[in-house]
Design a protein around this ligand. Structure first.
Ligand code: NDP
Length: 447
């Protein structure tokens, strides 16, 4: 006879069979949440998880724009409004050629649990486009963003849906998107987060996801009376999350050995220190260069083309690039090299096989929905500051971020600790995230 989990997943597959990333995210949640639902009468028999895997609304739209040669280009825009039980939809926009319904639905589904874990009143959503910002001029980016927002604006609002950045959407894109929203809505509201400091942004928002990922790893290490001090740390990616994960690691006394992009990784045996990291930030954020250019200034480092950095011996691994970038073989390599802690900065970077290997080895492993929640939490703090029309100081926001990461760690411990004291952070994050959303859905009835 089929188990409840198998029957549930069969049903979800029947409807979404062509969406592998979405099914992967649902499966991970179902495996830990369904047993909890069965044990708890208030949730049992109400099809709550079935309701949660169906987006409340999906919008797809045409985005036409004109490139610098005068050619008309056509992309596809999306917004998935997944769940608004505990607050307005909230989640980033991704501009990347791989963007499709499956990827955005997995991200939106994860976002519901993540936002719930922050304890702030935010529902879950995600959106974006298959537009590739790489190699485009600032004017092309502006024209694309303006066209994208000229349709998206009718579906969002500061009390309805508040998008933010994600892969390919940083401060520049948020600026162009906000400019068009303000013009056509005739209102200056906190409709987007990640805004510039002079026009409604929050201090620490750019740093928040990377810092939070490291704060979470620090809390996990504390359970073993350990810390970042003197540890070798391998980081993937070299975008927003990776840069600030590296910065905080250095501040806490860890040695950053690698950074990467989609072309390969750099390995600097001497460590990527503050000065070298400032070079990377300038290279990636201002010049929009490739990570391999690091070697032109720091020739002692190595560039390993077309590979991920998990083959480098380390104590701590922070995957901060993209989904499914760390597979079972990578996990086994990390484990045989003595890695003791993995904290995900990206969304779903570890495959199912990798997570199973980490759990089997009983190392510290944090899923992105818990460890990278600092970004959206600080977006929540940006929304609060916008409503108050007031700005908190850097220290105030950083302190709140640290507290939120610590509270998420406590929630994961509450629901994820087994009788031998091992904390399954995946189980803990899934159940803690589920409970708050499910309680709100039950209270609001069948809508
Ligand atoms: P950025 O666009 O700033 O950087 C993305 C980085 O990942 C780049 O170095 C990019 O390399 C690399 N990358 C992207 N796709 C691939 C791929 N297919 N293979 C290898 N490398 C790849 O994005 P962020 O740093 O903002 O986001 C990184 C991850 O963190 C994503 O999973 C995102 O969803 C997650 N996240 C981000 C938050 C935020 O606040 N920004 C909040 C929570 C989660 P290249 O330049 O070559 O493409």
């Amino acid at each position: 006879m089929k188990s409840n989990i198998e029957s549930f997943l069969d049903l979800v597959k029947e409807r979404n069979g062509h969406e592998p990333e979405f099914l992967q995210a649902v499966e991970e949640v179902a495996e830990t949440v369904i047993p909890y639902i069965i044990e708890n009468d208030i949730y049992y028999g109400k099809n709550i998880l079935l309701r949660m895997v169906e987006p409340e609304r999906v919008v797809t739209f045409r985005v036409c724009w004109v490139d610098d040669k005068g050619e008309i280009r056509v992309n596809r825009g999306y917004r998935i409004q997944m769940n608004s039980a505990i607050g307005p939809y909230k989640g980033g926009l991704r501009f990347h050629p791989t963007v499709n319904m499956s990827i955005l639905k997995f991200l939106a589904f994860e976002q519901v649990f993540k936002n719930s874990l922050t304890t702030l009143p935010m529902g879950g959503g995600k959106g974006g486009s298959d537009f590739d910002p790489k190699g485009k001029s600032d004017n092309e980016i502006m024209r694309f963003c303006h066209s994208f927002m000229s349709e998206l604006f009718r579906h969002i609002g500061h009390n309805t849906d508040v998008p933010a950045g994600d892969i390919g959407v940083g401060a520049r894109e948020i600026g162009f998107l906000f400019g068009m929203y303000k013009k056509i809505s005739n209102g200056f509201t906190g409709v987007l987060t990640g805004k510039g400091m002079s026009w409604g942004g929050s201090l620490i928002r750019p740093e928040a996801t990377g810092y939070g990922t490291v704060y979470f790893a620090e809390k996990m290490l504390e359970t073993k009376e350990d810390s970042f001090k003197g540890k070798d740390v391998v980081i993937s990616g070299s975008g927003n999350v990776a840069q600030y994960a590296a910065e905080k690691t250095i501040q806490l006394g860890g040695k950053v050995l690698t950074l990467s992009d989609s072309s390969g990784y750099i390995y600097d045996e001497d460590g990527i220190d503050t000065e070298k990291l400032a070079f990377v930030m300038e290279l990636k954020n201002e010049r929009r260069g490739r990570i391999s250019e690091y070697l032109e200034t720091y020739p002692n480092a190595k560039f390993v083309k077309g590979r991920t950095p998990w083959e480098v011996k380390c104590d701590i691994a922070l995957p901060c690039a993209t989904q499914n970038e760390l597979n079972e073989d990578d996990a086994n390599t990390l484990l045989s090299n003595g890695c003791i802690c993995v904290s995900e900065g990206a969304n779903m970077p570890s495959t199912k096989g990798a997570i199973t290997a980490f759990h089997k080895a009983k190392i510290l492993f944090a899923p992105g929905k818990a460890s990278n929640a600092g970004g959206v939490a600080t977006s929540g703090l940006e929304m609060t500051q916008n409503s108050l029309r007031f700005n908190w100081t850097r220290e105030e926001v950083d302190l709140k971020l640290k507290e939120i990461m610590s509270n998420i760690h406590d929630s994961c411990t509450e629901y994820g600790k087994d009788e031998n004291g091992y904390i399954d952070y995946v189980k803990g994050a899934n159940i803690a995230g589920f409970v708050k959303v499910a309680d709100a859905m039950l209270a609001q009835g069948i809508v």
